[in-house]
Design a protein around this ligand. Structure first.
Ligand SMILES: Cc1cc2nc3c(=O)[nH]c(=O)nc-3n(C[C@H](O)[C@H](O)[C@H](O)COP(=O)(O)O)c2cc1C
Length: 352
């Protein structure tokens, strides 16, 4: 029996296997609206056997977009546009998820598809960015420190986006608290220099993520809620694996069901050496210390490697990103390689 192809039920939602699609920005939306590109891109992974397809970091407000070309869920029209994509994913046997995000000081940046980098100026369609403190990332524009009302608006925006995501049919909602975006900026002492209730102590820095998680849970009582963490900033004085363990317990109490354990992205001087499974130790630590459900991610490109990680009890599911881009039918290939029952659609069964 393959561990990777053993179903998993979270909050009553059955996932047919544990080989999932990690969120991937496509920088292909206009005014936050997903379109034909997103439809084909995401539905192909469902046809390719994924248990769960998580749509890209989708902004909860216009100013929360990483680039002007990001998808959003700040309008009902965006939710409508998502609904047919969700239906296509579900019709192909996968569960549909979406990552809800706010980019904070890393918002209003040039889409990498254009070959550019850095802040898009307001004259060129960019916007003024916000963060816990007025500290710029690298050569990006300096953000404005959020005031108390601005912070409450972030919580409300996540809740409203969660409600729209449910209306669109998404069953898994992932709160993006990783990769140096807004919620991560609040978590880390390197980017959060506030001296009010939202900064300073660990309890204060983690407060916004806990509030957002509670709000998403309240807005989407039946959804499976995931939180993506960067387990470490990989920089001196930054957020640590121990912090991630402690914060995982708090967000689980706030209603989160699974921890998705990534790393880095907060500061340009981070020291990370990517290699096969380079973040699995972090996932394993969170799982061991908290007993919570955990997904591992990061260069787990081979089904036998993913299988081993699960069989060894280091994680409960594997998220892959780039391997799905190389082969959108990755899970069909993986099932064949592992001798597991193949999730191939009836139309494709003759290939196996
Ligand atoms: C094209 C692309 C877009 C990505 N966009 C996101 C995103 O929207 N949200 C996120 O949390 N991670 C994003 N990531 C990171 C992936 O989800 C994943 O964590 C990372 O690529 C490591 O997994 P891999 O080695 O299987 O690709 C992106 C990665 C790629 C390659």
């Amino acid at each position: 029996m393959s561990a990777l192809f053993t179903p998993l039920t979270i909050r009553g939602i059955e996932l047919r296997n544990r080989l999932w699609v990690s969120p991937m920005c496509q920088y292909s939306a206009v005014d936050g609206m997903p379109n034909d590109w997103h439809h084909v891109h995401l539905a192909q992974f469902a046809a390719g056997g994924a248990g769960l397809v998580i749509a890209e970091a989708t902004a909860v407000s216009p100013e929360g977009r990483i680039s002007p070309d990001d998808t959003g869920l700040w309008t009902d029209a965006q939710a409508d546009a998502w609904s047919s994509i969700v239906a296509a994913i579900r019709a192909r046997g996968a569960v549909a998820g979406v990552q809800l995000g706010h980019a904070g000081r890393k918002a209003s940046t040039t889409s990498p598809l254009t070959g550019g980098r850095g802040t898009v100026s307001i004259d060129d369609g960019g916007w003024s960015t916000v963060a816990p403190s007025a500290i710029a990332y690298d050569a990006f524009a300096e953000p404005v420190a959020l005031d108390a009302r601005g912070i409450e608006k972030v919580v409300d925006d996540f809740a409203d986006a969660a409600r729209r995501a449910v209306a669109a049919g998404f069953e898994v909602l992932e709160v993006h608290a990783a990769h140096g975006y807004l919620l991560h900026q609040f978590l880390s002492p390197l980017t959060n220099h506030r001296d009010d209730e939202w900064g300073g102590s660990f309890e204060n820095r983690v407060r916004l993520l806990v509030r957002v998680t509670e709000a998403v849970r309240a807005a989407a009582p039946d959804a499976a809620v995931f939180v993506r963490f960067s387990a470490t900033d990989a920089a001196e004085g930054g957020w640590s694996v121990d912090d991630t363990v402690a914060a995982s317990r708090l967000v689980a109490d706030a209603g989160a069901d699974l921890m998705d354990v990534s790393s880095g992205g907060l500061v340009p001087h981070q020291h990370i050496v990517p290699g096969p499974g380079y973040q699995v130790d972090y996932a394993e630590t969170v799982r061991r210390e908290t007993g919570l459900l955990v997904a591992a991610v990061g260069m787990i490109d081979d089904p036998t490697f993913g299988e081993q990680i699960l069989a060894d009890g280091r994680a409960d599911a594997i998220l892959s990103a780039r391997e799905w881009l190389r082969d959108p039918h990755y899970a069909l290939r993986a099932a064949a390689a592992l001798g597991a029952p193949n999730p191939a659609p009836a139309q494709y069964v003759r290939a196996y």
